[in-house]
Design a protein around this ligand. Structure first.
Ligand SMILES: [Zn+2]
Length: 451
């Protein structure tokens, strides 16, 4: 049987097509696997064509020098993370000159994990209910370990840590930054900001805005509208001596805010006693409500500390403040760039296109696939590979119908799925072995223009 060789390191060039992909920077390691300064694609192309380097990894593009650099002069980089529930922004920033060296957006698969666990649980419950023999109750003899997180959240953390480890191996990273909390509670204990500063302006204003948005769930307190521009509203009006304290602030849409004017809340809501009651109850809720603390992010911080690098923490309010004052658009990777107090005063991200990483997992262990009623339908092949390929390999296929590139799903016959087409493996060559992620880097995902 013909088996394609598993080639880890191969001689290759950055082709014309890669140039169109807008590679931002190329990672370089020496033959001792020491990370060196990332270089411009043109420089990498020269190193490759002159035979001084070889391609080490396709995603993210990493080349390996064919010599050892004894005492490399590396410029330290900071790896910045903006963890989100669906997407995490990743950015590598040079703190001294404010250059973004690399950016990525990591798509998690928490929902896929939850869905498949739910369906497995459903199938199992139905199966066990079909035979109602007596089973000893076992629900109390299982104890969760301290720091246990649900599998969907655990996978999110694992995704992030995988990429921190991978990037630490290919770039000279000396510090980490992570967005830890949505708003800085300490900054808001004694707000002494006035007037317009709530709308735009100081860092404290941003923290307060983020907090009020979170506390009132981005909804107009008076009419319950969502997804409309909301304004910070003083419950006890400023004109009548109301303070700027957090406990006096809520959210209102523009019509409601104008309608209320300088009336007292009791007068304004005289005809809606239930709304009044709800608002007054919400106001009394303490500053430290559950939404301010995110268990996953704190767990991530603990695990990041294990890398032995200094970890800087920032708040969501600070990120937003940094992003707005530096005139950047709202994307996950630019948010990551703006995390923390270390953010340089000027950010240059010219030509940086984020690499889109989609977590796809490493396949299932399930050997028997049930139908929707839980009855065994088909059995999986024991081998995960066929003709040297496995599901998840990133390949390039040149056929008479054109050139295709992407992640394949194999079948146990010579016709693999690549995107929306079926292709015979003889036309394929592997550019990146399956490692649990799908990679996309397209010009269309280019950074939006400055706002
Ligand atoms: Zn309203």
């Amino acid at each position: 049987m013909y088996v394609k060789p598993f080639a880890n390191i191969d001689e290759a060039h950055i082709t014309l097509q890669d140039r169109r992909l807008n590679l931002s920077n190329v990672f370089v390691i020496d033959s001792d696997y020491k990370p060196l300064n990332p270089v411009h694609p043109a420089r990498a192309r020269l190193l490759l064509t002159q035979g001084n380097a070889a391609v080490y990894r396709r995603y993210p593009f990493t080349i390996v020098l064919k010599r050892v650099v004894d005492q490399p002069e590396v410029q330290p980089l900071r790896l910045k993370l903006d963890p989100g529930s669906k997407t995490t922004g990743i950015a590598l920033v040079n703190d001294t000159n404010g250059k973004v060296v690399f950016a990525a957006e990591l798509e998690h698969r928490g929902h896929a994990i939850k869905d498949s666990l739910d369906s497995r649980r459903g199938v199992r419950r139905r199966r066990r209910n079909r035979k109602t023999r007596y089973r000893k109750p076992r629900f109390q003899n299982r104890r969760r370990k301290k720091g246990w997180l649900p599998p969907s959240l655990e996978s999110r953390l694992a995704n992030i840590l995988t990429w921190v480890a991978r990037l630490c191996r290919s770039a000279p990273i000396t510090a980490l930054s992570q967005e830890l909390v949505k708003f800085d509670l300490q900054l808001m204990e004694n707000p002494d900001i006035t007037g317009v500063e709530y709308q735009q302006g100081t860092l404290q204003g941003y923290e307060v805005r983020e907090y009020v948005l979170e506390k009132w769930k981005r909804t107009c307190a008076y009419c319950g509208k969502q997804d409309v521009p909301l304004q910070i509203e003083h419950i006890h009006p400023r004109a009548n001596g109301g303070t700027h304290r957090i406990s006096n602030l809520t959210l209102a849409c523009e019509p409601c805010n104008i309608a209320k004017g300088t009336q007292d809340i009791a007068v304004f809501l005289a005809k809606k006693p239930d709304v009044l009651k709800r608002i007054l109850a919400q106001v009394k809720k303490p500053l430290k409500d559950a939404s301010a603390v995110n268990a996953t992010r704190f767990a991530l911080l603990e695990r990041l500390k294990a890398f032995g690098l200094p970890v800087e923490c920032g708040s969501g309010g600070l990120t937003k403040y940094n992003r707005t004052t530096r005139g950047l658009a709202k994307t996950h990777w630019l948010d990551a760039t703006c995390v923390g107090k270390s953010t340089p005063s000027a950010i240059s991200h010219k030509g940086v296109v984020p690499l889109l990483l989609t977590a796809n997992g490493h396949g299932r262990r399930q050997m028997c696939v049930p139908d929707k009623y839980g009855f065994p339908e088909k059995h999986k092949q024991r081998r995960k590979t066929f003709l040297g390929y496995r599901t998840g390999d990133m390949v390039k296929a040149i056929t008479s119908k054109g050139t295709f590139e992407g992640r394949i799903a194999i079948r146990h016959r010579p016709s693999f799925r690549l995107g929306k087409v079926d292709i015979h493996p003889k036309y394929m060559h592997c550019i990146h072995r399956a490692d649990g992620y799908e990679y996309t880097q397209k010009g269309v995902r280019n950074a939006p223009p400055h706002v």
